[in-house]
Design a protein around this ligand. Structure first.
Ligand code: SAH
Length: 503
């Protein structure tokens, strides 16, 4: 019988999550086991099935978590066991990625495999720094070489004489640590010391950094600035194009490191918007959403939802939890009946509309509990109306108190609770400690409370951005200052305020 075991050797591109191929994504989704290393963006692991096994095999220069032989052994063994193994590699798998060696091992072992090409940092890295590796006005040849050779080889296999004489653009990878030797060898063999040169670090990511100099001055500049790997080096006249087409680094939030503290599940929308403006986003989830303590009570209220005059939703999470329960109980959307729906703000309204339901009431501008109460006061007489308020376990009591005060009969359906995130943020915490950040965003009081409860020291000078007055009050209550507050209390409102702050 033929085994279904297979190994996909997938290039994940240089880092920007948008630069993974569709086929690469398919392979991640199909994997039983993912084997990944240092330069592969860990975000991609999110495409994997939750039960997929994840094996980190490391590999920074000098810090080989697993040797190449061990990696070969792992992928052969797992595929032989009949598993779908997806081996993720930064950039393209066969450009200085040892993908060919792994393919060779798989072939020797008689294991099925496929190579899924990726976008290489050798071309994309310079492009994200505004440097095209070829240009009709500058050159028609590109040479790519490695600065880090097999340390077991006694002599260098790089022929600097030929490299120095090669026309056109030269790109080299893994060269920061030997920059002095490489540049001086090229000059010694005849390359002009005045040739423009750039190094692009963490290319295509929010934390990209570019250093521009010449072949003759780069080594000193690296030393002086403490510039570190991983970086791609590009040498040639094309570097001057950067003056004109440096698109990536000129976006409004480029160079700003911003922390997002929402749940992992919800962070996406905010992260994407900030990243699209060029920010380097650290997702540090401080909270997680869990089922309420009393699921049974919640289920009973959801079951009776159609008997109420109004359902009031005060958060997107509440809408999610409500309909998750609703469709466990019913399999016909009409069971919701003719109940009217009120929401606290646009984010919550979007969630309701995702269910193909219309929102009957929303505040005009103040997207907080008080705003919703005012909207009821302005537009509806709710005396003797029955109202089901779908809420978090730890919500403020404004809605219940005020609506009851107006004669409404309010039942409270506790849909979820917010608990501190303890596992999913260790890597982000380490990055925050090591690299600091320019700004931290809070999108609810619970993100503030739980972040501060982590006991992490806020980096000196960090700015604090808040989505609205309730969150701001919590920030102040905990002794901190709000630097940026959203005019409109929504995610787009928060992003707009941050952009304005840095403009
Ligand atoms: N197969 C990869 C290269 C692997 S070798 C590719 O096609 O891109 C590892 C080297 O690639 C690093 O030392 C660095 O020189 C370069 N590199 C990979 N990703 C990079 C990135 N995002 N920014 C800058 N350099 C990168």
């Amino acid at each position: 019988m033929k085994s279904k075991g297979i190994c996909y050797l997938v290039g994940t591109g240089p880092g920007d999550p948008g630069l993974l191929t569709l086929k690469g994504k398919d392979c991640i989704e199909a994997a039983d086991v993912l084997v990944y290393d240092y330069l592969c963006n860990p975000e991609f692991l999110r495409f994997a099935r939750p039960e997929a096994e994840k094996i980190y095999v490391g590999k920074k220069a000098r810090d080989h978590t697993k040797t190449q032989d061990e990696i070969n052994e792992i992928i052969v063994k797992l595929a032989r066991e009949g598993k779908v193994v997806t081996r993720l590699k930064g950039g393209d798998p066969v450009l200085f990625g040892r993908g060919a060696e792994e393919a060779g091992e798989l072939a020797n072992a008689g294991v099925r495999f496929e190579i899924v090409p990726g976008i290489t940092s050798a071309i994309a890295g310079p492009a994200y720094a505004g440097i095209p590796v070829t240009h009709r006005e500058h050159c028609s040849q590109l040479t790519i070489f490695t600065g880090h050779e097999d340390p077991t080889k006694p002599e260098t296999s790089l022929d600097y004489e030929k490299l120095a004489k090669a026309d056109g653009t030269k790109v080299f990878l893994m060269g920061v640590e030997r920059i002095d030797e490489i540049t001086s060898q090229l000059i010694k063999h005849g390359a002009a010391a005045t040739t423009p040169m750039a190094l692009v670090r963490w290319a295509t990511l929010g934390r990209q950094q570019t250093l521009v100099a010449t072949l003759g001055t780069m080594a000193a500049k690296v030393k002086e600035t403490g510039f570190k790997a991983p970086a791609v080096a590009v040498v040639g006249d094309v570097v001057t194009e950067r003056d004109k087409i440096n698109w990536f680094e000129s976006r409004p939030l480029f160079g700003r490191r911003i922390v997002v503290t929402r749940t992992r599940h919800q962070a996406g929308a905010l992260t994407k918007k900030l990243a699209a403006l060029g920010a380097d986003v650290i997702e540090l989830p401080t909270i997680r959403i869990e089922e309420p303590h009393n699921r049974m009570a919640f289920g009973e209220l959801v079951q009776d939802a159609h008997t109420y005059d109004w359902i009031v939703f005060t958060s997107p999470n509440g809408v999610d939890a409500f309909f998750k329960m609703f469709y466990k109980l019913y399999n016909d959307a009409r069971e919701i009946g003719g109940v009217k729906i009120a929401v606290i703000g646009p984010g919550t309204a979007d969630k309701v509309r995702e269910q193909h339901l219309t929102v009957d009431l929303m505040p005009e501008k103040d997207f907080v509990a008080e705003g919703l109460v005012k909207a009821f006061k302005d537009h509806h007489n709710i005396e003797n109306s029955t109202i089901l308020w779908v809420r978090a376990e730890e919500a403020r009591e404004v809605i219940a108190n005020e609506l009851t005060g107006m004669g409404g009969i309010v039942d409270e359906a506790i849909a979820y609770r917010t608990v501190p995130e303890k596992e999913d943020n260790l890597e982000a915490l380490a990055r925050l400690k090591e690299e600091g950040a320019d700004m931290i965003t809070f999108t609810s009081s619970s993100t503030v409370e739980h972040f501060l409860d982590l006991g992490v020291a806020l980096p000196a000078g960090i700015k604090i951005a808040s989505i609205g007055p309730v969150t701001s009050a919590t920030i102040k209550k905990r002794g901190l200052k709000v630097d940026v507050s959203a005019k409109e209390h929504t995610i787009p409102g928060l992003v707009a305020a941050i952009e304005k702050f840095y403009a």
